[in-house]
Design a protein around this ligand. Sequence first.
Ligand code: ZN
Ligand code: ZN
Length: 425
Amino acid sequence: MASYDSDSDFDEEYTETTVLLGYTSKDPEDDTISRLGGSPEWLDPDKPPSAALARCGVCKDMMVLLLQLNGELDRFPGHERRLYVFSCRRQTCRRKQGSIRALRGNRIDKQVAAAAAEAAAKEAEEAKAKKEAEKAKADGPGLGEALFGTKSLGGSGSAGNPFATAANPFSSGGSSNPFATSTTSNPAPAAAPAKAAEPATQPKKEEGTATSLSKTFAETLSLNNPQQTGGPPPPPEPWPASSALPKPYPVSYISDAELEVLDPEPPPIPQNVRVEEVDDSSAGDSGAGGDKDIFESSMDAVFQKFADRLAQNPDQVIRYEFNGQPLLYSKDDSVGRVLSAAAGTGRSGMPRCGNCGAGRVFELQLVPQAITELEADELGLDGMDWGTIIVGVCEADCVQRGVEIGEVGHLEEWCGVQWEELATN
Ligand SMILES: [Zn+2]
Ligand SMILES: [Zn+2]
């Protein structure tokens, strides 16, 4: 084959990555939470987020749910956690900032939070004692790790985490672990140690945001939300009755998740991943030339990698890896430029959490097969036209300011949309 070079070290082994791929099914099995489409189900049905968080930043209408994900992670013991991605249904809002938004809801178990705080304090105390005993070579990292040990419990590599309740974000019950069927011994990307460098910047952040503690939640939110234009922050707004909401997309449960496995040799020519072409069975041969032109015009290395990775597991609808790397659709748009510039710096390139000041990390991205699922019932061909939606979250999984431990809070998270490239010829 073409890619056989005398000097290429060809690896016959399949490669397993640290990215968890989510697949849809009409059967929810044990996880009825994680899904594409449908209506959001809040952690506390009586405490929905402010409706303002789910309004389109362009037309201000209520948006519809693209994704709801059970985001519970070992690294956040006692945190019930959900992610939501919303999109405006209006075609006139497409390709505009604010027409797709992401929310994170969480609730921290009081007892677990107290126990975790106690464990962290104990760990800090032990570290301090150890440090004093050793005196000489006690340099920052040990103490820093101890101080911020609460959130790195899952990844600190210490003995078993007593608070671990959910092994992976796709399983609410815990009885069906998607990894159980996997051939790997790797437990889950969620259990992977947090990438270095991020926690190290933590102390600075917390100092930096001390001055902003007096800001109201709404003020913070507007700072937090780069998609909102100027003007006063929106007041909390009751969630509308379902009759007043736009028609939701049909539900597909994301009940199946497996670590990404890549072929030893990628397909030589990745097919265009644009869903239109995939579904374009009725167009006959007439469109073939045009499609080829569109494809070739966007054949930069980044897009080629994107297309290749998806082509190897074409049914994936989401890619998940807390603190992992997004697979960019392009590095030339505003999102791609920012994220690719940050690559290798130890930072994500995403704006910091406006609620607590911690850094943001990549958590998941939606890929075009999700559009195919969401629009399965749509008649027109003029469907959603994003290439990927990248969601970045607070690395500390902070709770909405003003919300007590044990109560549900919601925060807007960072959402980077890479729109499908338009034909230039
Ligand atoms: Zn809109
Ligand atoms: Zn935060």
